[in-house]
Design a protein around this ligand. Structure first.
Ligand code: IMP
Length: 200
């Protein structure tokens, strides 16, 4: 029987991405729901790394298995790196992204391109059954565009402009996005860390 790894998310989209990238480790990757785990998690860290570790440890405390968790968000330099760890909660958790995105565009109104630098950040934490904790963090660098563009992706993708590709991250197809994205890169880095830790 394959060893199990629990990924601390309720998000099916993320789980699919993770299964694709970590598939070769030979572990069965299951969600918290599939593992029968329900823990209230307070994401009160001030960095992406802290939040990822908080989530991974909270779930690991309920399971005798390897647990992975992620935390991600958007940093806009001109806004002192807002919304940052509050990306999902920015302007209210239930506020549609059309509105959140427009609010960011409005706050950058009149700001020239060179000052619109931004990045998506993703931290992944792994809590190993022996108590060790591994963390990786990667970014996707770009600019805040001048208007929303594209239908793919989610969240802040329509306003995140990639100059090398001359499009927004909502205009990339899913495979391109996985290759370039903060989450794809952090997951691939975690795969290497897990291999180094002897988990395959
Ligand atoms: P969480 O990591 O699931 O807590 O999500 C953090 C939030 O960051 C998401 O709800 C989005 O608002 C934003 N975010 C993270 N990654 C991306 C991305 O790849 N595209 C667009 N928005 C993202």
């Amino acid at each position: 029987m394959k060893k199990q790894m629990i990924f601390a998310t309720q998000n099916e989209g993320k789980l699919k991405e993770i299964r694709t990238i970590l598939g070769e480790l030979g572990l069965e990757i299951i969600s918290m729901g599939e593992a029968g785990i329900q823990v209230p998690i307070e994401e009160n860290g001030v960095t992406f790394e802290e939040n990822a570790v908080i989530k991974a440890k909270a779930v690991a405390a309920q399971a005798q298995a390897l647990v992975l968790a992620d935390d991600s968000g958007l940093e806009v330099d001109y806004l002192n790196k807002e919304p940052g760890v509050y990306s999902a909660r920015y302007a209210g958790e239930d506020t549609p992204y059309e509105i959140k995105n427009q609010m960011i565009l409005d706050r950058l109104s009149g700001v020239e391109q060179e000052k619109r630098t931004a990045r998506f950040v993703c931290a992944i934490a792994a809590a190993l059954p022996d108590g060790r904790v591994l963390v990786t963090r990667e970014t996707m660098e770009g600019y805040i565009g001048f208007a929303p563009a594209g239908e793919n992706g989610f969240g802040y993708d329509p306003i995140f402009y990639l100059p090398e590709y001359n499009c927004s991250s909502a205009e990339l197809d899913i495979q391109q996005k996985n290759e370039l994205s903060h989450r794809g890169k952090a997951l691939r880095a975690m795969k290497e860390e897990l291999k180094k830790a002897g988990i395959e």
